[in-house]
Design a protein around this ligand. Sequence first.
Ligand code: GLU
Length: 373
Amino acid sequence: MTVRQNIREAGLWVVKVGSALLTGNGRSLDHDAIGRWCDQIATLREGGRRVILVSSGAVAEGCRRLGLASRPESVHELQAAAAAGQMGLVEAYEGALRRSGLGTAMVLLTHDDFADRGRYLNARTTLRTLLDFDVVPVINENDSVATEEIKLGDNDMLSAMVASALAADVLVLLTDQDGLLERDPRVDPGAPLVSDASADDPRLDGYAGGGGVLGRGGMVTKLAAARLAARSGTHTVIANGNLDDVLLMIARGSDIGTVLAAHVEPLASRKRWIAGQLIAKGEIALDAGAVEAVRNRGVSVLAVGAVRATGTFRRGDMVRVTDAEGAEVAKGLVNYSGDEIRLLLGAASSEIESRLGYVDEPELIHRDNLAVL
Ligand code: GLU
């Protein structure tokens, strides 16, 4: 199957809309365009796909709302503009998605939320839960406290982090260009479009950086975003958001934009990351039945099979999973702290609430976060 055919089958989409597109006339949010994308998202939803939107445009809209003639230089003014403009994004998406018959929710995130594993897991669970509630989450960087995307990416990296956290099937970066070109179109108007490539292809660096197409929201950050997403098995499409039915064309596998394919097996790459990159903060020992189930049946680690937990660790930390004798079976990211797990040893998932007073997840380590060794 080609990658474009694969994308036709994609169930979970992260769609990022850049500032230049959203403020097409350079002054205020383009409500007509937002309405068209939201209508397309509704059509995707009818086809059984789930969509998360990542939207920029808060700074641009905030500049208008605060009466600034041009984009300010100082970061604190940009952050203030983002806070003011975020209200416009909320209004615009709430209105457009409601007209398309869809509910919505706003989630503001920072890069630090992804570096801290506890917050990362919380954000991921919140997004999954919102999708289960059948609404379209709209995400932006929390620009009033964070500055990464204001300075650099216009949400390119943030959208890749979201796609990677949820192991989305496809990340669509909508921009005001047709895709990644082999040369800077300002220098060479006839530069050919890169149609399909592997995200890891080293030639892309020359294309993305060539001719000085650097800076906020340029192709350099889009390429970096595609590479980050690829590590979780997510394919990226860079496409022109002004094209009619752009999202529907991508869903049909049409030959538009640039596809940057993930050529790694998704779970394998994620498990490599868990097993290879992190330092174990503790240990959970399992009884023989649970060891057999984890080893041979790919199940999650449940409290009912846990006999011992050692070490001081927090939700989101990586721990070793062992048999009762201490031999290593797996490594995984825990949903509960060491102290919590010590209270849960041997408990059925339905008893978690009575033992702790709350439930974060029914399993100690979800199988998606477990690398069996
Ligand atoms: N997150 C920012 C926004 O929504 C990034 C774009 C920018 O810096 O203009 O506006």
